[in-house]
Structure formats: structure tokens, C-alpha cells
Design a protein around this ligand. Structure first.
Ligand code: 5AD
Length: 374
């Protein structure tokens, strides 16, 4: 049966015994950072709106010892919307013929970095579809240029699946971090969402390779994708515990009408916040972005995310003309004005919810400790 948090709309029909068990399990997770499969499933199947305040409070507390109320800012540069993949949910998948494609040239990317650096950002995320134009040679040249001009920055790549050898070269050139959402840790759901030329084992292999190579690694998944069940979400929690990534991107699935999955329901704010909070308890030291997808779903989606454990935001530094074309889902929110306005507005929003905007390179606590002791 397709259950995605079925009780979440009604806080009334949960007996006192069920409620007590849900709270006990949330407390256990907050203390031990793991539960069994059955226990996770029990929480997801029985949690009500009533219990979320408790879960959210525990998740908010869990980030305090490691990051307090700091929110790390990353400058996002969307370098290409060309993609060789056919992911059924994604608006920039290769089969979407109605999308105008672009790729930034190295000098345009360096311009974005310059603008971002002047605005105070010290981490740059180079994100794109899987575009064969971005060979190892092109990327290593680019990474070296950025690191030569600005050795005090961190470079995060988010360019999909590549060979271990390629990841190694990019790392040697100076890349520090790599984001590659696992999308779902359920083989069944993975195969439902991806065509035959994508392979679940291959995706998971990439993540373990990246970790072995010494990257700060980001995994992540969508909440509410078509046919996703609570049991599928339990697999995500189990998988994250095992991989123990440095970063975890969680956002709602947002239906895109120019994809094969047109007509499906999108994920909900409450389901996404619950998963975000649970993930904060499973991986208390992870960097958790308040995602743009959540901000697109709800005006205060990202602010809500900060209150349940998120601690990263990623303002978009792509050239104005390209922002609209990086349409992985529709109606993606965009800053209305300049990048400077976007920065100041993001800072204001963070402060309005009693957090502090942190423009430092912002490494994961364990990495930071290692660097300090070198
Ligand atoms: N809705 C929400 N998130 C999406 N992504 C791709 N398409 C969608 C969509 N329709 C997410 C995937 C991918 C990241 C770049 O964006 O998780 O990894």
C-alpha cells in the first residue's frame, strides 16, 4: 500500500499508546542516532501533526552542538542544462525537447565566481546535467583556475555519475566536495524513476568511490515521488546511516509537466520537513540544505527547514539569462533582483528566523577539526 505519512493530516485518531510509542522512538533516535527498520516504519506510519512539534524540537536541538544557529551560504552556478540522462521526474532530462539548452563557457563560469567572491561567498557549487562537453580536461582547467585565483575557497561539484578515475582527477585538481543525490535507496523505486540505462548499483558505487577518494560527499533524496512508500523512505534512512555522508539534500518531488511523470502529485511540505528532521537525528553532523525545491513549494519552506535542522542555503549565481532555463522542476523560485539583493534578502530571511548567515568556507565539523589540527 502507498502510504506516505498517512496520519499526518489528522491528529485525532492516534491512541495514547501509539502516541507514546512514537515519542519514545523519536527520543531514542535523538539519543542513539539510529533505529531498526521496523521502528522507522512505525514512526512514519503513525506520526501525527501532534507529534511533529516534538520531532522538530529534537531535530533543532541536534544541530546545536555542531553548528549552533549558523547557516552556511554557498554560491550556486548552474553550468549546463544539457543532460544525457532520461530521469523521468527531471525537467532537464534528455527527452524534454521543449527546453532551450545552454552551457556556460569557462570564462563565464569564472565571471560568476568573481561576482560571488566579491559578494562574500567562499564555497562555489558547480552544478549541471551530465554534459559530455565537460570533460575531465575542461573541468580540471577550470577548477585549477578558481583555486589559483582564490585559494581560500571550496569547490563543490554536482555533475552526476562519472568514473572513479575521473573523480580522482577532479579531486587532484582541487575539488573539495561532490553532491550526488542517491534519489532513493529503494531499488524498486529507483528503477521506477529511472530508465533502463541508469543503474542503481552504479549510483551507489559512485557515492562510495567519492567517499573513498576523500571528498566531502553529499547524498540526498526526494520526498513524495510517484509510488514512493513509507517503506521506501525507511531504506533512505538506513542507507544514510551506512554511507554517513557529509551533506544530505532533501527536497519535495515537484511534478514537471514536460516529463514522463506529468500529472502526478507533488510531495508535501509536512512530509519533507518530517524526513528532514529524521535525517538530522540520524546524521547530526551533516550539512543539510534548506532546498530551493522546498522554497518553491512553500513561501516559508526554507525557513521552516532551518527550524527543523537544516543549516545550509544556496543562493543562485548563474547568469540572469540562464537561471530560467535550469528548470529541473517548474516555477522554481528566483531572486527578483540582483545577486547582491539576493544575498541581502537571504541574510534577512535567515536572521528573521533567529539564525546567523555564515559566509565562511563552512566545512563539515569533522573536516574542519582535521584541518585545524594539521
Ligand atoms: N522535483 C524535485 N526535485 C527534482 N530533482 C530533479 N527533478 C526534480 C523534480 N521534478 C532533484 C533531483 C536531482 C536534483 C538535481 O534535483 O533530486 O538530484
Amino acid at each position: 500500500m502507498n502510504k506516505i505519512l498517512p496520519n499526518i493530516s489528522s491528529a485525532t485518531d492516534s491512541s495514547a499508546t501509539i502516541k507514546r510509542r512514537v515519542r519514545t522512538l523519536i527520543d531514542r533516535l535523538a539519543e542513539r542516532h539510529e533505529l531498526t527498520r521496523d521502528e522507522y516504519l512505525y514512526v512514519l506510519d503513525h506520526i501525527t501533526v501532534d507529534d511533529t512539534a516534538h520531532l522538530f524540537q529534537r531535530a533543532y536541538e541536534a544541530k546545536q552542538p555542531h553548528y549552533q544557529n549558523r547557516v552556511f551560504l554557498r554560491g550556486l552556478i548552474e553550468i549546463s542544462n544539457h543532460c544525457v540522462r532520461g530521469c523521468r521526474y527531471c525537467g532537464i532530462n534528455r527527452n524534454n525537447r521543449s527546453l532551450q539548452r545552454y552551457r556556460l563557457q569557462p570564462d563565464e563560469i569564472l565571471d560568476c565566481v568573481e561576482r560571488g567572491y566579491a559578494l562574500g561567498y567562499r564555497t562555489f557549487v558547480l552544478q549541471g546535467g551530465e554534459d559530455p562537453y565537460f570533460t575531465d580536461d575542461r573541468l580540471t582547467g577550470l577548477i585549477r583556475s578558481i583555486k589559483t585565483i582564490h585559494p581560500d575557497t571550496r569547490i563543490t561539484l554536482s555533475l552526476g555519475e562519472r568514473s572513479k578515475d575521473s573523480y580522482q582527477r577532479l579531486k587532484d585538481a582541487g575539488a573539495d566536495r561532490y553532491l550526488l543525490r542517491h534519489e532513493t535507496a529503494s531499488r524498486r523505486l529507483y528503477e521506477h524513476l529511472h530508465p533502463n540505462d541508469s543503474n542503481f548499483d552504479e549510483r551507489i558505487r559512485c557515492l562510495y568511490d567519492l567517499k573513498e577518494l576523500g571528498y566531502q560527499v553529499g547524498a540526498g533524496f526526494m520526498v513524495g515521488s510517484p509510488t514512493q512508500t513509507n517503506a521506501d523512505l525507511v531504506e533512505d534512512l538506513m542507507f544514510l546511516k551506512d554511507l554517513d555522508p557529509h551533506m544530505i539534500g532533501i527536497g519535495p518531488y515537484l511534478c514537471h509537466e514536460d516529463t514522463e511523470l506529468a500529472g502526478n502529485d507533488s510531495g508535501t511540505l509536512i512530509a519533507t520537513l518530517i524526513l528532514l528532521a529524521l535525517v538530522r537525528l540520524v546524521c547530526p553532523k551533516a550539512m543539510l540544505p534548506a532546498t530551493t525545491a522546498l522554497g518553491t513549494l512553500d513561501k516559508l519552506g526554507r525557513e521552516n527547514a532551518l527550524m527543523v535542522g537544516a543549516n545550509v542555503m544556496m543562493p543562485n549565481l548563474s547568469p540572469e539569462a540562464n537561471k530560467a532555463l535550469y528548470e529541473i522542476y517548474q516555477n522554481k523560485i528566483r531572486a527578483k533582483d540582483t545577486d547582491q539583493y539576493d544575498r541581502d534578502d537571504t541574510k534577512r530571511r535567515i536572521e528573521a528566523f533567529h539564525h546567523i548567515a555564515d559566509f565562511s568556507a563552512g566545512d563539515h565539523v569533522d573536516i574542519e577539526r582535521m584541518i585545524r589540527h594539521d
